[in-house]
Design a protein around this ligand. Sequence first.
Ligand code: PAF
Length: 294
Amino acid sequence: MHIVHSINDLRHTLQGAACRAFVPTMGNLHEGHLKLMRMARTAADQRATASPQNAGKAMTVASIFVNRLQFAPHEDFDSYPRTFERDCEQLKANGCDVVFAPTEKDLYPEPQVFKVHPPAELADILEGAFRPGFFVGVSTVVHKLFNVVQPDIAMFGKKDYQQLMVIRRMVQQMALPIEIIGGETERANDGLALSSRNGYLSVEERAEAVQLSLALKTMIAKVKEGLTSSKLNIAAIEEHAMQTLRERGWQPDYMTVRKQHDLSPVSKITTDPLVVLGAARLGKTRLIDNLEII
Ligand code: PAF
């Protein structure tokens, strides 16, 4: 496995690759990332072997870069866990050919004044409402990473549901020739969605953290009940979930039912596929999760 830091070295290393599959990360990897890495390996190999002249020329790339642009000044940029050596070992064991780990100077040699601004109706809601500028930072770095890696396929976890949607729309609107694949959320045995930020939780908070996904499951049960009985009160379902978490000591930002295709609110009975999404602070740690209603 190659480990490269500069854009030039990366381009040089990837020369001749017939198919490139890419997993962007901020490091501190967990099973969710590693599963995306294995998916990238399989997808790249399948694509390359589909055309015999390309067999063996598939390359998988993971980036490790904690992107300052997507952190607000009061957020955890400085304390975000950096576990580079362990990450590299895990990537190697899971089919990664190249780790791209630029420094800030490598990726942003001068202030990044050209930025990608996703549309407000997608990026200023939910996460974007509570983390202003977050999706500008994410879209800008992902667009830049796409330019330097030039992947055919890129993998993103569904745990960051809105992020996946923003990236899909960016790729579609900018006509980037990249297939975006969403990986299912990986969960601990008790149901807590895996996240790099789970490491911030104390033992007591870790035991409590599963309540976020349990609250989402309760919301799903109530939505299904409402759809069947034609008595759907979304506002009451959302408020009940918020209140349940508050009573347990959480500070919820949102617990909401949305349409899967554009994350718009649900105002009446619908046959559109739905998703429940939540974000809440437990102590000092902000957790997010979502579940599609199927
Ligand atoms: O999901 C993440 O880890 C980050 O938002 C990403 C996509 C690597 C961009 O910095």
